[in-house]
Design a protein around this ligand. Structure first.
Ligand SMILES: *[C@@H]1O[C@H](CO)[C@@H](O)[C@H](O)[C@H]1NC(C)=O
Length: 218
């Protein structure tokens, strides 16, 4: 076999090979790997604590049973069960949030760089919406028991449009989906995004930018 046919063979084999899966986190190579959060170095997950040190408590988490405090500018509170709060999730490629809403509360426009999201409304009535990379907006008002899905990386929000409080639970295909909250990203970063960028991006004057920043204590 000459070198040309060898290369052709490799190209054909590569094309025939199944496409990589679209799951967000890689599959684990062991039963579990309870995160050692105190490890100084962590790349793509945390090192495992020794299997002999694992206990039942590593695999159960009580954090989502507690109502989030919605006394903030948005009137909504996200409580996360991800690898940082629930180390048993390490390497398993999934996590959950609890989202509490005061009346009129908003989980503001944000996106998750490492996961798609599904969610179910437990209580109240939520307007759930997302916007695609082509600026198409999809939305629906959901009530208890109804579900939604947010494709990975798209900007989305949930707004309480009911008469009282609302509650939803969400699930992600990453043990640490990450969340970039647009208003905070753009107007309350450290250090600040320069005025020149924001005035040009939003086609407004500096006083408008400063007015927005002041709402977030900046
Ligand atoms: C909720 O948060 C607000 C603002 O941070 C605080 O004043 C209040 O005491 C908190 N309420 C509870 C029940 O923790």
């Amino acid at each position: 076999m000459n070198i040309i046919s060898l290369i052709l063979c490799l190209v054909v084999l590569t094309l025939l090979f199944p496409l990589p899966s679209n799951s967000a986190d890689p599959d684990p190579l062991q039963d579990f790997c309870v995160a050692d959060l105190s490890a100084s170095e962590a790349v793509n997950g945390f090192p495992c604590k020794p299997v002999s040190k694992a206990t039942s408590d590593d695999f159960f988490f009580d954090g989502l049973s507690k109502k989030g405090n919605t006394s903030n500018v948005f009137g909504a509170k996200v409580t996360s069960a991800n690898v940082l709060t629930f180390p048993g999730l390490n390497t398993l490629g999934l996590s959950m949030n609890r989202v509490d809403f005061a009346r009129g509360g908003l989980n503001p426009p944000h996106w998750h760089p490492r996961a798609s999201e599904s969610g179910v409304v437990i209580k109240g009535k939520l307007l759930v919406g997302f916007v695609t990379t082509r600026n198409v907006y999809y939305s629906k008002v959901l009530s208890a028991g109804q579900m939604f899905v947010i494709p990975r990386g798209l900007v989305h929000f949930q707004l309480n449009v009911g008469e009282g409080k609302a509650l939803a639970f969400t699930a992600f295909n990453s043990h640490l989906p990450g969340s970039a909250v647009l208003p905070l990203n753009l107007f309350a970063s450290t250090p600040l995004v320069p005025d020149q960028v924001l005035t040009k991006a939003f086609q407004v004057d500096e006083d408008v930018i400063n007015g927005i920043r002041s709402k977030f204590g900046v």
